[in-house]
Design a protein around this ligand. Structure first.
Ligand code: GLY
Length: 311
């Protein structure tokens, strides 16, 4: 089989402001560093699934983003994280929901790819961490702690000044990676600390097919308000449209128009089997970057009204 040019797109959240993340340049640097570390794996013949896992690990390790280290804190002062991996070739989804005290939730999702029980929640995920002898890890950062303390003083009312401004973006944050490898295989992964300040037991879209989905035709990862993504069943919706013959760009365009009409607030990235790369948003800002083998680009400066595009 002829070798394809691999494609890669990643995201670090969606929302209404870049304020608390140090501005567009700092975010761009973080995203481009991940592209620079992951794309060579694809060039060397690595699988889309391996590239997605590596990309998610790196984004989880960057405290700038709301996943792994730097995850936001929930209403009870705890951090609970969710992650999913979907291998398009086998159309196989795996994930963990509300896992705690682990450095890279995506590693658990990757392990579960080969398991009979492929989605585990809190207690089950904790048991898996123990069984795999993964050392306990505290993903809390000083910034997230200060955000939480300040919001708590304000009885969790949105819009408090100072560091809480960052909550605007962090609360819709997620990280995600979508890849097409040189053998034509697609995969998608998503990881998140959730919305922040949410009720105990709230379940994110990230570890549902609404937020992460892939088949042999297309692979999608979403970011933004999880409830909105779930209501649109967005990742699966786009993939089904591509499977039924729509181009990736047209599927993004139509699906985001529908989401916009319903006043949803999120973004998404995707790649199809032809190598088309697409991104879209109803949020003002989508923090995504991509590399098609020739050109690196990002979505950081897209105007708020622009809902979808591709290359
Ligand atoms: N999209 C991340 C969340 O709502 O949990």
């Amino acid at each position: 089989m002829a070798q394809l040019q691999p494609k890669l797109i990643i995201h670090g959240g969606a929302g209404s402001s870049l304020k608390g993340k140090g501005g567009a340049d700092a975010v761009r640097q973080s995203l481009y560093a991940v592209i620079a570390a992951v794309y060579p794996l694809l060039e060397a013949g690595g699988s889309a699934k391996e590239a997605v896992v590596r990309g998610c690990q790196l984004l989880e390790d960057d405290p700038r983003f709301n996943a792994g280290t730097g995850s936001v804190i929930q209403s009870d002062g705890q951090i609970r994280m969710s992650a999913a991996l979907m291998d398009g070739t086998h159309q196989r989804f795996s994930g963990v929901i509300n896992t705690m005290r682990v450095k890279n939730p995506i590693d658990l999702a990757a392990f579960l790819q080969e398991s009979d029980d492929r989605v585990l929640s809190d207690v089950g995920a904790a048991e898996l961490v123990r069984a795999l002898q993964i050392p306990p890890y505290d993903p809390l950062t000083e910034l997230r702690l200060q955000e939480w303390i300040q919001a708590r003083q304000n009885n969790f009312a949105p819009g408090a000044a100072g560091v809480v401004a960052e909550q605007e973006l962090a609360g819709r944050g997620t990280i995600g990676v979508v890849a097409l490898d040189s053998a034509g295989r697609l995969a998608a992964g998503t990881s998140t600390g959730g919305k922040g300040f949410e009720r105990i037991g709230r379940v994110s879209d990230a570890a549902m097919p609404a937020g992460t989905y892939a088949t042999v035709h297309a692979a999608i990862s979403c970011t933004g308000i999880g409830e909105d993504i779930i209501d649109e069943c967005f990742a699966a919706r786009v993939v089904v449209r591509v499977t039924d013959g729509m181009s990736l760009h047209a599927a993004f365009e139509k699906s985001f128009r529908e989401a916009g009409d319903r006043h949803r607030d999120f973004g998404a990235i995707g790649i199809d089997a032809t190598g088309a790369i697409a991104w879209g948003k109803t949020s003002d800002v989508l923090l995504a970057a991509y590399y098609d083998g020739t050109q690196i680009g990002d979505t950081l400066d897209l105007p708020p009204g622009l809902i979808s595009s591709s290359r």
